[in-house]
Design a binder for this molecule. Structure first.
Ligand code: ADP
Ligand code: MG
Length: 602
């Protein structure tokens, strides 16, 4: 008896859907990309319950014939490529002909569509791959596709979805990735009847401003300089933030041939271009667009993947770094140059056997824009040491046995109480121990102490608050509005007095008492960044990020000269932590130069 049989289409499609449509955001991406492929000038997105109940995309593109409307939902049905060769000259976002088949396998889909040349349009309704209705209808030119009850027939998938807030953030992020490459198309994004984004057609700059435009975030275009480079291998254009406008919370976007991509290696190139211009925790925001011959990148990449392979990554790394540096150099050396009319730099290609191109910089490598500007290394206001601990409960000493085992008896309270202490380089506290000389990283130590205390406060909702004399207002883009709403109870618990002012802004009237001398806005922004970028999704995770980022803001910085009592206090508090030798991220706080190692030197 034969045992092999073909799976029915509906089952095969459900399996494919598992790969292509993982969450509402991937469904939205496919629908909007289809609209753009269809030449739409305006695209409206309507979402309900973060896409669980409804995802609707309305476009004014070319529409479909009656026949195509039906075919579009078949697997491998596409109008975009005809033969394998076409893959190498793709000009459209989609080409696999899988998306609609996958979507209709796991949802209830209703679509109306009409071409300009047809008098009537077509209405088609499909539930889990079954066509339940198809008939002529009266509708405008273009396509209106409504995806309801996503994953209604795949309970596992439905259960796998995160909270509405998280899924909405995913939707918005996916949306940003697309709208930033199609500035000439107008977009609207509506969630539960509320317009979250209204993006008129315009230039790239205008689009960036319309999405992120927010002076508080420094994503306003005057904070940026243009990057513009043409070479034989690649063209690069876009905008990079002026070093003085860098923030802790950066918007970093790469696009290649009209697609968003993640590229950690190229990110390194941009960061390298900024080296020496930013303090440790500041990050450059950028929007960088690559244009490259389609055959020089891997197009056959999975639709949900955002990593893209380039044929010649090392050379592009060099070109990218050189162009960003050049853009920053122009800006720092001659701020009056009109960037828009400046030509591009010539990048010679490495010939066979030659090593990759080394960028020739026209700027003095020793030039440090901050010697003259002093904008980034702003000194923090002097701090009242004692106030750092106000309102915090004293850490509970651990069971001594446990502490000793964990920390290998490195530092015992009775020794620290009476030993001599020195500060070295404004960075380390030095003290003797039973087995050698101990180095304590002062900033990390303080972060670890404060983090533990903030976490405890969060668990007990008892943060002390300090009223601000001048309440501040924070304007937020839609994804962060969602985020802040999610964090609000915890932020209030830890001592932030904030409330929603307008649909897009919050007012801050008070901050945690330990944050004296810190400005409220950057602190709050950093919390949002931590939670967002580290993907905190549960209350436990986001509390950790809140505690971490408050601790980082409040901790004594490097360079701060400490008195002996301050150093002793810091070390005493540190060694009461569960594991005081490493930070939560695993970085070293305490290091030992053993007697043995010291002896070997002589
Ligand atoms: P792909 O985009 O990879 O071709 P899809 O399953 O996403 O595959 O779409 C199948 C086909 O349906 C497309 O090739 C296109 O011809 C048609 N189509 C889908 N969405 C639209 C739309 N919004 N407007 C016009 N045609 C569309
Ligand atoms: Mg498609």
């Amino acid at each position: 008896m034969d045992i092999i049989h073909l799976l029915p289409d509906s089952v095969a499609n459900q399996i494919a859907a598992g790969e292509v449509i993982q969450r509402p955001a991937s469904c939205l991406k496919e629908l909007v990309e289809n609209s753009l492929d269809a030449g739409a000038r305006r695209v409206q997105v309507l979402v309900r319950d973060a896409g669980r109940t409804l995802l609707q995309v309305i476009d004014d593109g070319i529409g479909m014939s009656e026949m195509d409307a039906r075919l579009a939902f078949e697997r491998h049905a596409t109008s975009k490529i005809h033969e394998a060769q076409d893959l190498f000259s793709l000009r459209t976002m989609g080409f696999r002909g899988e998306a609609l088949a996958s979507i209709c396998a796991v949802a209830q889909v209703e679509m109306t569509t009409r071409r300009a040349e047809d008098e009537t349009g077509t209405l088609i309704e499909i539930h889990g791959s079954d066509v339940v209705r198809q008939e002529p209808c009266i509708c405008p030119v273009g396509t209106n596709i409504k995806v309801s009850n996503l994953f209604f027939n795949v309970p596992v998938r439905r259960k796998f979805l995160k909270t509405d807030q998280t899924e909405l953030r995913n939707l918005l992020n996916e949306f940003y990735h697309i709208v930033l490459v199609y500035p000439k198309v107008g977009f609207t994004f509506v969630h539960n009847d509320e317009i979250l984004l209204e993006l008129p057609a315009g230039t790239e700059k205008q689009r960036i401003e319309a999405v992120f435009g927010n002076p508080k975030k420094n994503v306003y275009t005057s904070a940026f300089v243009d990057v513009n480079t043409e070479t034989d291998i690649v063209s690069i254009h876009g905008f990079v933030v002026k070093p003085e406008n860098a923030t802790r919370k950066a918007e970093q976007y790469f696009f290649v041939n009209g697609r968003y991509m993640r590229h950690p290696y190229f990110l390194k190139a941009v960061q390298t271009a900024y080296s020496g211009m930013l303090t440790n925790d500041y990050q450059p925001s950028f929007f960088i667009y690559f244009d490259i011959a389609p055959e020089a990148i891997d197009v056959n990449i999975h639709p949900t993947k955002t990593e893209i392979k380039f044929a010649d990554e090392q050379t592009i790394f060099q070109i990218l770094m050189a162009s960003v540096r050049e853009a920053l150099g122009k800006f720092t050396l001659a701020p009056t140059i009109d960037f828009d009319t400046q030509g591009s730099i010539d990048i010679p290609l490495p010939t066979e056997g030659e090593t990759a191109y080394q960028p020739q910089m026209a700027i003095d490598p020793n030039y440090n824009p901050f010697h003259s500007r002093g904008a980034i290394y702003q000194d923090r206001a002097p701090r009242n040491w004692e106030s750092l601990y106000e309102g915090l409960t004293a850490p509970k000493p651990l069971n001594n046995e446990e502490n000793v085992v964990l920390n290998e008896a490195l530092l015992r309270p009775e020794d620290v109480e009476s030993c001599p202490l020195w500060q070295y380089g404004g960075k380390y506290i030095l003290l003797p121990s039973a087995s050698g000389l101990v180095f304590v990283n002062q900033h990390r130590a303080h972060v670890a102490i404060l983090r533990a205390q903030f976490l405890e406060q969060l668990a007990q909702t008892q943060g002390a608050m300090q009223q601000l004399l001048f309440p501040e207002v924070i304007e937020l883009p839609p994804d962060e509005l969602v985020l802040i709403a999610q964090l609000l109870p915890d932020l209030q618990a830890i001592g932030f007095d904030i409330e929603q002012l307008t649909p897009t802004s919050y007012s801050i009237q008070g901050i945690p008492a330990q944050l004296t001398n810190q400005s409220a806005l950057p602190t709050l922004q950093q919390i949002l960044m931590h939670v967002r970028d580290r993907g905190a999704d549960t209350q436990t995770e986001w509390r950790e990020q809140i505690a971490q980022s408050l601790a980082e803001s409040a901790a004594i910085p490097y360079g701060k000269i400490l008195s002996e009592p301050e150093m002793r206090d810091l070390v005493m508090r540190l060694i009461q932590l569960h594991d005081y030798r490493r930070t939560a991220e695993g970085k070293t706080i305490v290091s030992l130069l053993s007697d043995e190692e010291i002896g070997k030197r002589f």
